[in-house]
Design a protein around this ligand. Structure first.
Ligand code: FCB
Length: 392
């Protein structure tokens, strides 16, 4: 390894999530929230990128660029549209995506739950419901045959961010200023950790591919006098989740930004350093800070960067951002942090949840009328980094 090269067999890929790209996911909680009166969603996910039909073209783009990994997620509401009713066709769809990856030399990374749940679950307890443990266990059993040939299976995407959502919702309703990610709701955190463990138990019992969860990772910065609130935030947001991952096969980290703290707690980033999405600070080096921290909590745990990227209309800036982020990752790996791969968010410009289609995280643009995919220069650039296995 030189100063800007990566370990042998390093994974290089891009990620998507079912609800953000498939389109027509009319049977999950998000669709319902998108269409509710006074919805906080600026628009409907609608047809999204029509990847339900165009997934082969998507895989061709990833493989054609020279990348070797594709991360995608399963949509529970398609697989189990009503409680106990199973769509074999939907399961087969996801199994074909795994096979389609393998056929193209792509390493598949499958996520079982990426934020969305079926409507029936939303109306009967949601993530914190009493029966949800049994239900996610059953869903995992159903889903496993479809993803058995994946290289990695993630149970739940970003449970630590999911536990922040209700807190943000409450602040928004009270008209409080949101300066960054507040501390997650502890009861929700514990419920989600419990669900991860139920799903893991099924995977373990059935001899699944290496399994774990993916977490939002952040760089934590003390601007002076902020040690106490910073440590408390990091303990709630990162350390309790990392500790809960002990015994898993890997931890996925999804790193976009930093959080700054002063004596009063969170400090919002200066306006001129905010990116297009979520008012996040543009902070490429957060990538190495977050993987380094995870390695201090879980020294023997293989880590995967399962998301990293930037929402920008300026593709050259995407390349600069990613190059700086990767340079910092390289340094962390050289210092001994066990990172096995880097998966960029996202393959496509897609449905960015409450913000709709405006934030563009994609390496590939998608025409909103025709769904035509147009690769941006950043796709070829990342493919070249993958071929070289280094920044060059
Ligand atoms: C992550 C989500 C992913 C995407 C990116 C920008 O928190 O996992 O679906 O929205 O942020």
């Amino acid at each position: 390894m030189t100063a800007s090269s990566f370990p042998e067999n390093f994974l290089w890929g891009t990620a998507t999530a079912a609800h953000q790209v498939e389109g027509g996911n009319v049977n999950n909680d998000h669709w319902e929230m998108e269409h509710a009166e006074h919805s906080p969603f600026v628009e409907s996910s609608g047809d999204a990128c029509d990847s339900w039909h165009r997934w082969e073209e998507d895989l061709d783009l990833v493989a054609g660029a020279g990348l070797n990994t594709y991360r995608f997620s399963l949509e529970w509401s398609r697989i189990e549209p009503e409680e106990g009713e199973v769509s074999r066709a939907a399961l087969d769809h996801y199994r074909r995506i795994v096979d389609g990856c393998r056929d193209r030399g792509l390493t598949p990374i499958a996520t079982l739950v990426h934020f969305t749940m079926p409507r029936w679950l939303m109306h009967d307890g949601g993530w914190t419901g009493q029966k949800t443990g049994d239900r996610i266990a059953r869903f995992t059993e159903l889903a496993l045959p479809a993803v058995r040939d994946a290289a990695y299976v993630a149970t739940i995407n970003e449970p630590n961010l999911m536990a922040v959502q209700p807190v943000i919702g409450g602040m928004a309703r009270r008209g409080e200023e949101i300066k960054g990610l507040p501390v997650p709701d502890q009861a929700v955190s514990e419920a989600l950790i419990g669900l991860h463990q139920r799903s893991m138990a099924v995977l373990r019992g059935a001899g699944s591919p290496p399994a774990g969860m993916t977490l939002v990772g952040l760089e934590y910065i003390d601007e002076g006098g902020g040690q106490e609130p910073m440590q408390a935030a990091r303990a709630a947001m990162m350390d309790q989740f990392l500790t809960a991952a002990e015994g898993d096969d890997f931890v996925g980290l999804q790193i976009y930004t930093a959080q700054r703290f002063g004596p009063e707690g969170l400090i919002a980033p200066p306006a001129d350093q905010q990116t297009l999405a979520h008012g996040m600070e543009r902070r490429p080096r957060a990538l190495s800070a977050a993987v380094r921290h995870a390695a201090t909590v879980l020294p023997d745990m293989p880590l995967l960067v399962t998301e990293n990227g930037i929402a920008t209309a300026d593709d050259e800036d995407r390349i600069r951002f990613t190059s700086d982020a990767l340079q910092s990752l390289c340094e962390a790996i050289a210092d001994g942090v066990d990172v096995r791969g880097y998966v960029h968010w996202s393959l496509l410009d897609n449905f960015e949840w409450m913000l709709g289609f405006a934030p563009t995280f994609g390496l590939v643009a998608v025409d909103r009328e025709t769904f035509t995919r147009t690769p941006k220069p950043s796709l070829a650039w990342l493919g070249e980094v993958a071929r070289r296995n280094g920044l060059g």
